[in-house]
Design a binder for this molecule. Sequence first.
Ligand code: 5GP
Ligand code: ZN
Length: 144
Amino acid sequence: MMAHEDCIFCKIIDGDIPSAKVYEDEKVYAFLDISQVTKGHTLVIPKEHTKNIYETSPETARELFSRIPVIANAIRDVYQPLGINLLNNNEAAAEQSVFHLHVHLIPRYGDGDGYYPNWTTHTEDYSSEDLQSVAKAISEQIKQ
Ligand code: 5GP
Ligand code: ZN
């Protein structure tokens, strides 16, 4: 596996930096986030270094996501959270701080558990025509 120099998550996969490992197979590695938002907060990463979702092949995405349900269920079995959020940040403007693709699994334990997704919706700003035109622009750009 090509480890990227200076990539902290590649070093974790290689065992050069210690981690609290949750899961490992040939393609995927999962470990506890060092800054636990809530108990059991886990990062799931592909072993193949890919910067973020923009650079990720369908195959790598498939492999990564295929392991997430079983890991989420293990967290649920152990800690009985009320729910779980999956979070994936891409590029610095979207809060990505480690540039090796990762999905956060953040178990939720109720109000005040430490996770505050904070967004503002703009439903009134978009007519159904606006939505159709945005969808058309994106859909015409999709390259399979
Ligand atoms: P991002 O902000 O890029 O979505 O998330 C990166 C996450 O990686 C952060 O939540 C941060 O706490 C975690 N992290 C950064 N360095 C390390 C490390 O050396 N070990 C572990 N276990 N987590 C790390
Ligand atoms: Zn890496």
